[in-house]
Write a protein that binds this ligand. Sequence first.
Ligand code: FES
Ligand code: FES
Length: 891
Amino acid sequence: MSENKKVTLTINGVKREVPASPDMVLLDLLRNDLHLTGTKQSCDRKGQCGACTVIVDNKAVRSCITKVASLDGSEVITVEGLGTPDNPHLIQEAYVLSGAIQCGYCTPGMIMATKALLDKNENPSDADIKKALSRNLCRCTGYTKIFDAVRLAASFIRGETTPEKVRASLRTEAMGESHPRPSSMLKACGLAKFAADYYIDGAVEIAGVHSTEHHARIKSIDTSEAEKMPGVIGVMTGKDVPGTNRIRVMAPDQPILCEDIVRMYGDPIAVVAAETRQQARAAATKVKVTYEPLPVMRTAREAIAEGAYQIHSHSPNLCFAMPLKKGDAEKALKEAAAIVEGNFTTQMNHQAPLEPEVCIAYLDGEGDKPELVIVGRSINIHGAKAQLQDALGYDNIRYQEPFVGGQFGIKATISSEGIAGAAALYFKRPVRYVPSIEESMWISSKRHPFDMTVKLGADADGHITTYDIDILENTGAYMTLAFVPISRALHMLSSSYNIPNINAVGRAVYTNDAPGGAARGAGPPQACFALESAMDMLAEKLGIDALEFRRMNSLKPGQSKATGMVVSQWPFPEICDLIQPCYEKAKKEAEEFNSSQSGPIRRGVGIAADAFGIAEAGDKSDLSVEVDPDDGITIYAAIADPGEGNDSMLTQIAAHLLDIPMEKVRLYTRDTDKTVGMGPAAGSRMTFMGGGALVNALEQMKQAMKEAGTRTYEGLKKAGKPTRYQGVRNAPGEGRPDRDTGQGPSFVTDVQNIQMAEVEVNIKTGETRVIKMTTAVDAGPIINPQNFTGQLEGGMDQGVGYALREEYINGKTKDWVTFKFPTINDSFDTEIYTSETPREPGTLGSTGIGEMTMVSTAPAVTNAIKNACGARVYNLPATPEKVKAALAAEK
Ligand code: FES
Ligand code: FES
């Protein structure tokens, strides 16, 4: 037994004496003992993420690797010690006013690191800011607005301006203005509660036992040693899960806890419950599992090879094939004046939200079937509830979503909720499940790898005539959302262009890799990499400038997309015009740079475009709004906001239509109680679908107010009018595309984008550095410019990570360093041009923007690499080794 040492330290001005064991870290003291939960944990004591940053004796330190025993006499300041929403610190004000807070999970750590910097240097350069924040990760913002926040905070501190002046410069109109997000000050002050911030009396902590094999039969599970470990309450296995023990998204194939076979490394097998997290994790290592190895197939090609071992008994490894046929692609290929072809592959990737996959579960109430409350991170709380009811065999479930530290598609499917819910039912105690980042990676879905064989042809005038693509999707060990990326990739296949003849097929294949799921863009980013690479190859072959080639091939109103759906609006040529001057300038600068250099650095400029479909025909959403007694309103809608800005969207639309202050718009959006299913906050659909339902509800409310001659709650009551109104949004169009040809209704409107990457490639090392990304976008009228640009900047940052470095290798990727999470040192300049063509079916003309720049960044970067040094990379990510290999292949 190790000796506890008495340590005296001051925390946020309060002197405390605490007993500290030699291995106790400051983060645990702050969070678990003092419940100062503003300080966050992401990387789990690895010192990689900075979410746990606090100030100790005037220095920023990572509290997860700072031993309490070393802090005798120290002064600690956490984010809660800086300011409160009523009396915020200038740095907290600056983060809120700069739009530097999206999900807010990194925010407390960022703010504390900023304070440590500005306490010493009130006028930091960009290099100083980079140095000070180099250990603080952010997945949402792309760091651009974090730079802005630090600069603004510094100008507040120097007395050059004030938060009041910045607020006064905002127009009072609700729409089209960068009003701070409703929750941003709470997040800046560390008061927004994320799942791990819920501490429930009597809760047990649980830890998982996971497969160390990629594919094996479970021979035995021996829990006897684990059960004897200190603090252990019990161990459960698959046989203890009361329902189907299968999560059904598309197929009921994914066990909550594997009973007989593991199909991927990290598959969950058992759960240990103990009094503390450390005890549960220690005991989990003592559960002994023996395996009989089975054949392992990590790629789709291996899994569909003749004689390949069948991974699931209910289905061949080839789960399904989805065709799309338009015109006569075969004939057009024969007649084409120029054809390019290639095989393009994309990697498995992790969405990498900073928050781990935490879930809290507890039984609430008395009787045989008390309510099972799940506090989880879903972006589709009603869908998650239905899946849990089936998997756990338990109907009385309520799903609540706290604040969520990013998701980027990962929470379209269930991860920790099944495990925590099953444990709460089995152990009959409240359960806290705080998996590590590595475990979070194992239990969550990933971006599917695509293997794409492409032919693209054009006539002698440079008009694209035909496109042939064969997509193999590695759906991993479980089907989850296998259908979605293929369907979306096919429906958006023609992208910005008029392609009269298309022959495409998408095939989903079971493998022994991590299961694929939704990931920002989900399908189009993979397909766009192939098409936009081929576009540059074809333009080069035809001797036409890359931008001109795209503009001359733009779809026009009256022409049809890949699915045959005819478009009535297509503002793509206009955004080509917007980016043209920057493109010409960048090309000239790159030429001048290259001709003036004798060293190994080459500059290049690349472009890529995309048209991203919004709202599938027939999609439907419902919500309700209620007038409150103080004449404000409450919106009841199952619309998650893990950082995209949906809370702002709802608030600003409601304030605009009712002409009431934004403070009087209340949101009840993260609880299955009092809301109905709206579908996922994914696919950039919520502005169109949720916003559209809100407009519908408010129009009814306004009509009732008009008829009653009142704008008040009392007035409506007196007139006998309802105070609550149900709104619905039906995306126009009916039915599904034809099963054999993929022709038919599709996404009802589109966001348009073209973007440009400026890169430097070191031809000796193969290393690529993105200097700048410029994007031109048309998504209809902009509701909140700061949120809008924040989504574009964040998407570009993730896109560059996808293009150059990120890869999830199941069994090897275990934390943020092995994942190669982009840091502020990898950040780059960004420039954004917008046009705002109101969309005919849009919500007040608007669509959605969350995924747009993620789609076309990777091909813009690889096209820039090609233009810099001649190396065409066919296989993402474009690592230095692949760039060097491509250069060697060109010689
Ligand atoms: S939780 Fe401390 S650095 Fe990540
Ligand atoms: S706002 Fe930084 S991780 Fe989400």
